[in-house]
Ligand binder design. Structure first.
Ligand SMILES: [Zn+2]
Length: 158
């Protein structure tokens, strides 16, 4: 049902309008999935089931988070307090949760402009002071980088 509804919406509604109204659209879709079997740890929505996406992942109907983001938040939520963080290509809701936590400073970056971020850092040549960050979130990024070993050595400097 979700896949077909998504296809129909993508066919008839312009992409910019979908992004602008994503929160509303997800709230409407989430009504069908409301329940008490599971709880999304990112948006706290209680649901009967997660939506299986095209790649077999489990998507929260309310916030759109995938399993890996929920696992990451489960790990990070108790680790961010007082930290200076750098987050590459942050998903929207996970990013909001980190911003709303007791993080000392939170810098988000996206090099290609697919995510909402406040900087556009090149992971192969990060233009920030050395040893500045306490925590760097670089999750599902390195497999897209040509010079991944250079990127990793760059991350090590920060
Ligand atoms: Zn959620």
């Amino acid at each position: 049902m979700y896949k077909n509804l998504k296809k129909v919406i993508k066919k008839i509604v312009p992409k910019a309008l979908i992004y602008k109204n994503e929160k509303f659209l997800r709230s409407v879709i989430a009504l069908k999935y409301k329940g008490n079997t599971f709880k999304c740890n990112i948006c706290e929505f209680k649901l009967s089931q997660f939506i299986e996406n095209e790649r077999g992942g489990r998507l929260c109907p309310k916030c759109g988070s995938v399993s890996r983001s929920r696992r990451l938040w489960h790990i990070l939520k108790d680790e961010v307090e007082g930290k200076v963080m750098l987050h590459f290509s942050p998903s929207l809701k996970l990013s909001q949760n980190i911003k709303n936590s007791k993080v000392k400073e939170y810098i988000t970056t996206d090099y290609v402009g697919e995510f909402n971020a406040n900087k556009q850092l090149d992971i192969e040549n990060i233009n920030e002071p050395d040893q500045y960050f306490d925590c760097i979130v670089c999750f599902h990024i390195l497999e897209h980088i040509k010079l991944d070993t250079k990127a990793m050595s760059e991350l090590l400097e920060y």
